[in-house]
Design a protein around this ligand. Structure first.
Ligand SMILES: Nc1ncnc2c1ncn2[C@@H]1O[C@H](COP(=O)(O)OP(=O)(O)OP(=O)(O)O)[C@@H](O)[C@H]1O
Ligand SMILES: [Mg+2]
Length: 355
């Protein structure tokens, strides 16, 4: 097991700064996710860690050892590429065995290791097949087996599930989680799917334009996003602009849908009266049936609804602002076109600064 440190990594492609001063510590045996929109620099960071790119600035350390200029084949990382990149003319067995053959391992030992790893990814019965004879999910397992068979110090997974259908994605992410925990291998996982990131990660980082926005456990990132970008990118969030009008235990915002009281996103951040800010309210934190007399009552009209089984999501117009609120489907059967009153507890509302 290995701790991976990135210290001030910068990687440019001509005038594009793909990775902008990224500093991260990925702990021993952790499943750590790089999450962000297309083009934010996830693959470039992974390629720097694997050694396919050398950053212009900064250092990469494995267990304190500087590997920044060590070539990929000596870094002992295993990588799964987005498109699997299996060799079409080789059987599954040979695809997985390849990395061991070029390491000149004995034939018997290779057979033993490949069978062991095919067993782990539940492909032992398909060893003689060729990639075209496998489903997408099975090919994905082969790619995983091929990366794992060399017993890498660090496992790098670049959107490994992106070619699979919704149900298989969930099945495979559970599988990856199981194997990762069983082998206790330091793993860096790349996805642009926030739900997948929340489900699978021990910790994750949200990246925008090559810059780290936040690092934390899934529950911290979801409950305490530190800025507008993270609040907007992770899950659904109503972000209501306003101006700070008073500060006591709570921050009070004047907005064009009424007075909203909430809590500051972090203790260090100081708001002043007159500052621009956003109230961040998750749809599930709205209550349609509150009798509270405090601030935070918002009036609106339901434009339309979307039924998700467990919840009914209401799309509400409030003085020209579009809001989302999640409600009990049984209690909101005939709510369309109706005026409603929404309430959210001050403690469930985060006040985020504009910057
Ligand atoms: N080889 C390259 N040459 C020039 N520009 C590149 C190269 N590779 C990446 N870029 C640019 O660097 C930025 C980051 O790209 P990167 O592939 O790391 O993004 P990503 O987060 O992996 O995106 P996606 O989710 O679409 O895979 C993008 O603006 C991209 O166009
Ligand atoms: Mg990518």
């Amino acid at each position: 097991m290995v701790t991976v440190n990135l210290e001030g990594i910068v990687k440019r492609f001509k005038d594009v700064v793909a990775v902008n001063d990224v500093t991260l510590t990925i702990e021993d045996g952790e499943l750590f996710t790089l999450l962000g929109p297309s083009g934010c620099g996830k693959t470039t960071i992974l390629r720097c860690i694997a050694g396919f790119y050398i950053p212009e600035k900064g250092k990469i350390l494995f267990d304190g050892l500087d590997v920044t200029n060590v070539p990929p084949n000596l870094r002992e990382t295993g990588m799964v590429f987005q498109n699997y990149a299996l060799w079409p003319h080789m059987s599954i067995f040979d695809n997985v065995a390849y990395g061991l053959k070029i390491r000149k391992m004995e034939k018997e030992k290779i057979t033993e290791k490949v069978n062991e790893i095919l067993d782990l990814v539940k492909l032992e019965k398909l060893a003689e097949r060729f990639p075209y004879q496998l489903s997408g999910g099975q090919q994905q397992r082969v790619a995983l087996a091929r990366a794992l068979v060399i017993e890498p110090k660090v496992l790098l997974l670049d959107e490994p599930l992106s070619n699979l259908d919704a149900k298989l994605r969930i099945e495979m992410r559970n599988e990856i989680s199981r194997i990762q925990k069983r082998l206790d291998i330091t793993t860096i996982y790349v996805t642009h799917d926030q739900e997948e990131a929340l489900a699978i990660s021990d910790r994750l980082t949200v990246i925008d334009k090559g810059i780290i926005q936040q690092v934390g456990a899934p529950v911290d990132i979801y409950s305490y996003p530190t800025n507008y970008f993270v609040a907007d990118f992770i899950g659904e969030c109503n972000l209501i602009p306003g101006t700070v009008s008073s500060i006591d235990g709570y921050i009070t915002l004047e907005t064009d849908i009424g007075v909203i009281r909430g809590v500051a996103d972090s203790k260090e951040k100081k708001f002043k009266v007159g500052d621009g800010a956003y109230a961040a309210i998750r749809p599930e934190n709205f209550d349609l049936h509150s009798t509270s007399k405090e601030a935070n009552h918002i009036k609106g009209k339901v434009k339309y609804t979307q039924y998700f089984g467990k919840i009914n999501r209401l799309f509400i117009d409030s003085n020209g602002n579009r809001l989302m609120a999640d409600a009990d489907p049984m209690k909101t059967i005939n709510v369309k076109k109706k005026e409603i009153d929404l309430y959210a507890e001050p403690d469930s509302i985060l006040i985020l600064s504009e910057g």
